[in-house]
Design a protein around this ligand. Sequence first.
Ligand SMILES: *[C@@H]1O[C@H](CO)[C@@H](O)[C@H](O)[C@H]1NC(C)=O
Ligand SMILES: *[C@@H]1O[C@H](CO)[C@@H](O)[C@H](O)[C@H]1NC(C)=O
Ligand SMILES: *[C@@H]1O[C@H](CO)[C@@H](O)[C@H](O)[C@H]1NC(C)=O
Ligand SMILES: *[C@@H]1O[C@H](CO)[C@@H](O)[C@H](O)[C@H]1NC(C)=O
Ligand SMILES: *[C@@H]1O[C@H](CO)[C@@H](O)[C@H](O)[C@H]1NC(C)=O
Ligand SMILES: *[C@@H]1O[C@H](CO)[C@@H](O)[C@H](O)[C@H]1NC(C)=O
Length: 679
Amino acid sequence: MAPKVFSTTAALLWALQATQPVQAKLEAEETDTHLVLSNDRFHTEVDKSRGTVSSLVLDGQDLLGPRSGNSGQGPYLDCYCTPSGFWTPGRSEPEFELYSGTDSTGTDYGGIRMADTYLPTGQVLEQYWFLRDGETGLHTFSRVAYHNETTPFLRNLQELRVLFRPSSDMWTHLLSKKGNYAPLPNFDNQGEWPVVQDATWYLGNTPDDPYVVEMADYFTKYTFSDPFRDLDAYGLFADGSNTEDGSTFGAWMVMNTKDTYFGGPTHSDLTVDGIVYNYISSNHHGDQTPNITNGFDRTFGPQYYYFNKYPEGSDILELHADAAQFADPEWNAEFYDSIAEHVANYVPSSDRATWKLHVDLPKNAERALAVLSQNGVDFQDNVLDTEAYQYWGEIDAEGYATIPMVKAGTYRLTIYADNIFGYYVKDNVVVEPSGKGKNKHDKRHMTHARWREETEGKEIWRIGKPDRSCAEYLHGAAPDKEHTLEPEQYRIYWGDWDYPTDFPDGVHFKVGESDEAKDWNYIHWSVFGGKANYERPETYVGTGDVNNWTISFDLERDQIHRKRQATFTVQLAGAKTAAGNTDRFNASEPHANLQYTVSVNGQDLEPWIIPYNQSSSCGVRSGATCYNVGHKFEFHPRLLKEGENELVLSLPYNATNYEPAKLAESVYVQYDALRFEIV
Ligand SMILES: *[C@@H]1O[C@H](CO)[C@@H](O)[C@H](O)[C@H]1NC(C)=O
Ligand SMILES: *[C@@H]1O[C@H](CO)[C@@H](O)[C@H](O)[C@H]1NC(C)=O
Ligand SMILES: *[C@@H]1O[C@H](CO)[C@@H](O)[C@H](O)[C@H]1NC(C)=O
Ligand SMILES: *[C@@H]1O[C@H](CO)[C@@H](O)[C@H](O)[C@H]1NC(C)=O
Ligand SMILES: *[C@@H]1O[C@H](CO)[C@@H](O)[C@H](O)[C@H]1NC(C)=O
Ligand SMILES: *[C@@H]1O[C@H](CO)[C@@H](O)[C@H](O)[C@H]1NC(C)=O
């Protein structure tokens, strides 16, 4: 920077400003009751009596509406992380700090930090909000810290989330990603909607509601959950019918960074249901959550709550695309480096690096992905080391991937791809920091890998596409043509898809003849209906047509003659044992560990026991990708014969568990893909 010369004109200007202050563009100020950040388009206030954002105004439009209960505020932080459960920090003994400065790009910024302590345990929650000049959104970070020698184990971080929770009726639509959006149902009519399951309503009594016409007869927040791999920006849209001047607006949570979340690219969670969430930690779809133990101290973020305004008549996808452009970990990296001094635990770019991969991929690999995560464990379980971060990047057709902004450290590399069974794993991948200033070296870490699809012999057949989801089966991702937005069917409340009607004789799949999109259901139930099923309140147990599914296939003599091993691989997109999504073992529950049996031409193989701690609440929470598990059944080909053979895939008959909440009681599995090999 050139030295500042105090010229006569500058002095004159300064004198003028001193007497007649010109409004600075970026302001950060504190009053008795509020902390205020504003620039010439955007204004926000944090209420010191609550520790939450109480006002958000863009170009004169109030985006929040008045506070009523917990509505009309945010983004604000809450958790399910104290011994008694939920806690919203900000009203115990909050401390506030106000920041202002100029970042290394010369842009002014202001920031607010709120820190509060839950007095009975000493755990600390912090929320940060930053506003830059020229921007119309808030950069947020959230921190959880626990230092308690006498009680080193507190509990799990069951939920940690930031909420933008408007009460304004300006918002008319919600969107989780480009292919999944809908009008908001008219919640004024909620009294006419029967509750069919936890947080799920039947809206058929208000058939003219635009949500019913365009999207579904049922509304559940889980319809708008998605795997984090697929998320860029999501949120609310105002079509202008209820805004001051008819302009359209958007309120978006931008996932510009994903490295401080848990569970890897397949982790999925809620995005928006009228509230725009940043779900930092939760086990909704079966992943584990970290334990809070003495020394736990992690800052999550940055994320960017972005608000945009477009002319009357603009399309929701146009506003969404504008928000999604910021979903890039390098976006605003200089700014984040500049505020690192204020944000506890933030890792500046000098302690990060760009990592590169070249992999020789198996033939037919599509949508290949490289994941860096906690060393030594499945990325789905990366909560065990609370200092580990996670990254992933798409691999191009030539096998190259580049992941920027990787925190220096030692990682497990996992590679997986659509169409390919199994995955590639390599531990101890070291990423060194790039350094800063004169010592900065653009050390590009290039890792090389050669991956071949796993094989246990000659593949005789496969069912489904290995892609970690059950999207390809009946009621999976196929569009629901009865509603004009044609949502993917698995997103709709499961009770809308009546298994006994679809499969009156059960599932009998003949390899080479049957069609997986029609003849294979997206959920394999043990028992169907009953609790939390609005259309079939009486359970349908059947006589083996629910819990037992049959696959038949033909073999020729030379396929089995003089062979030594047959392998039947089962990859599941998710499984629900009696543990649901809790990962808690309950000895009174017969199906806490779920016994999954396969019989070959009438001969049972040793069962696969799906453990309680790998259980998800998946399909009933509109999930097609949850905690993935898999197993290989191996047996001697003497169980096979020339001509037609039969495999029976069997869950225990009429197997349920106690559900305190209004949720389906049946255990179930959701297939990703199946494969039969002989060697
Ligand atoms: C540590 O935790 C225990 C039990 O929750 C609590 O009684 C104690 O006050 C805590 N200590 C501190 C320093 O907060
Ligand atoms: C959390 O602690 C419990 C109790 O010690 C243990 O069973 C569980 O495996 C731990 N979970 C994680 C993710 O560390
Ligand atoms: C289902 O299949 C298993 C395994 O072949 C068998 O033991 C059981 O009798 C079948 N029927 C029912 C109703 O579970
Ligand atoms: C599940 O529990 C078993 C037995 O306690 C343990 O060995 C295993 O590591 C756990 N798995 C996960 C994913 O937590
Ligand atoms: C299924 O199990 C329930 C208890 O969970 C029991 O009440 C019911 O009689 C059983 N039905 C059949 C057909 O076995
Ligand atoms: C364990 O299962 C039993 C029987 O299903 C149930 O009554 C009990 O509430 C469960 N315990 C917990 C802690 O969920």
